[in-house]
Ligand binder design. Structure first.
Ligand SMILES: Nc1ncnc2c1ncn2[C@@H]1O[C@H](COP(=O)(O)OP(=O)(O)OP(=O)(O)O)[C@@H](O)[C@H]1O
Length: 290
């Protein structure tokens, strides 16, 4: 079996602020295969940014396991972390200002990232042009960020993030400051780089439009992965295409799963529930006898 590009097992991150403990991640499990394009969604405060900070090597988990492209994020020393951020992962942040240097042109921003990635000077201009072309903004290389639309800036940011040829591209709300049309272009660009370069992509987002661009959406609730939606297209005999989306609950390694809150509410489930094993399924029923 190939090793997952992203692997988190029982991941815990506890923040202590003024004597109060916040469990941002409470035993999160996630596997992303190499070359997969996955969206991570969840309510505000569910732990998405915390997870992304850990995966990008900016934050260290309290307990559990986390590895990206075979790099163990708990065991890594500070010096290795710098190398990891420089060579293994690429990031795109929500704020366009955090991604690009305002006084450099799009091509110069990419060339700078190439310099940091130690690409020889003689190859930088051609590589920058290639990346701009890949992102469909080949003609915009000479423009400074403020001369570009938000969507164009984020596409330059993707090119910058790809400069070091990362194995994994991480994006935190890359469409958070964009309108619907620009969001679609940026998500499409993510999909295109995933397909053409084979880079593994994980996008954290609130954007409901993301479902049109990714096959797998993982939902985080209260610091754990709770459900997943997988989409596929079926072509019937008469050639008609049908888009199918199926939602799954996630079962962890020891057999735990989270029931969706609307199920719990609809059946008024509390504290204890009855479980029974049927030939081809399991049943969950209200536990208390009336
Ligand atoms: N540095 C910190 N110190 C204390 N608590 C923190 C810290 N960072 C995050 N938290 C808490 O951890 C929980 C998860 O936060 P996180 O930012 O990961 O959520 P999120 O899903 O990314 O939310 P949003 O969608 O609003 O960005 C929240 O309760 C948050 O208040």
């Amino acid at each position: 079996m190939t090793e997952p590009a992203i692997h988190c097992r029982d991941l815990v991150r506890i923040f202590s602020a003024e004597g109060v403990e916040v469990q941002a991640l409470q035993g999160l499990n996630l596997e992303v295969a190499p070359g997969e394009l996955t969206a991570l969604v969840g309510a505000s405060g569910s732990g998405k940014s915390t997870l992304l900070s850990i995966l990008s090597g900016l934050d260290v988990p309290t307990a559990g396991q986390a590895s990206v492209a075979g790099f163990d994020l708990l065991a890594m020393r500070e010096r290795d972390r710098v190398g990891y951020r420089r060579h293994v992962v690429g990031f795109v942040w929500q704020q366009t200002g955090r991604n690009l240097i305002p006084y450099l042109s799009a091509a110069e921003n990419i060339a700078l990232a190439l310099a940091v990635a130690r690409v020889p000077r003689s190859r930088r201009a051609a590589r920058a042009a290639e990346l701009l072309e890949l992102l469909d903004i080949g003609e915009l290389g000479a423009r400074k960020p403020q001369q570009l639309s938000g969507g164009q800036q984020q596409r330059v940011a993707i090119a910058v993030a790809l400069a070091n040829e990362p194995e994994v591209l991480l994006a935190d709300e890359p469409t958070g400051e964009l309108d619907e049309a620009n969001s679609a272009l940026v998500l499409e660009a993510m999909r295109a780089v995933n397909e053409r370069l084979g880079v593994t992509v994980l996008i954290v987002t609130h954007d409901p439009g993301v479902s049109d661009h990714v096959r797998r959406t993982v939902q985080i609730r209260d610091g754990r992965t709770s459900t997943e939606t997988l989409r596929r297209t079926e072509v019937s005999d008469d050639g008609a295409e049908r888009h199918i989306a199926e939602e799954f609950a996630v079962l962890d390694r020891v057999g735990r799963l989270q029931l969706p809150p609307d199920y719990v509410q609809a059946l008024d489930l509390k504290h204890r529930v009855r479980l029974s094993l049927e030939p081809d399924h399991a049943e969950v029923r209200k536990g208390d006898s009336e």
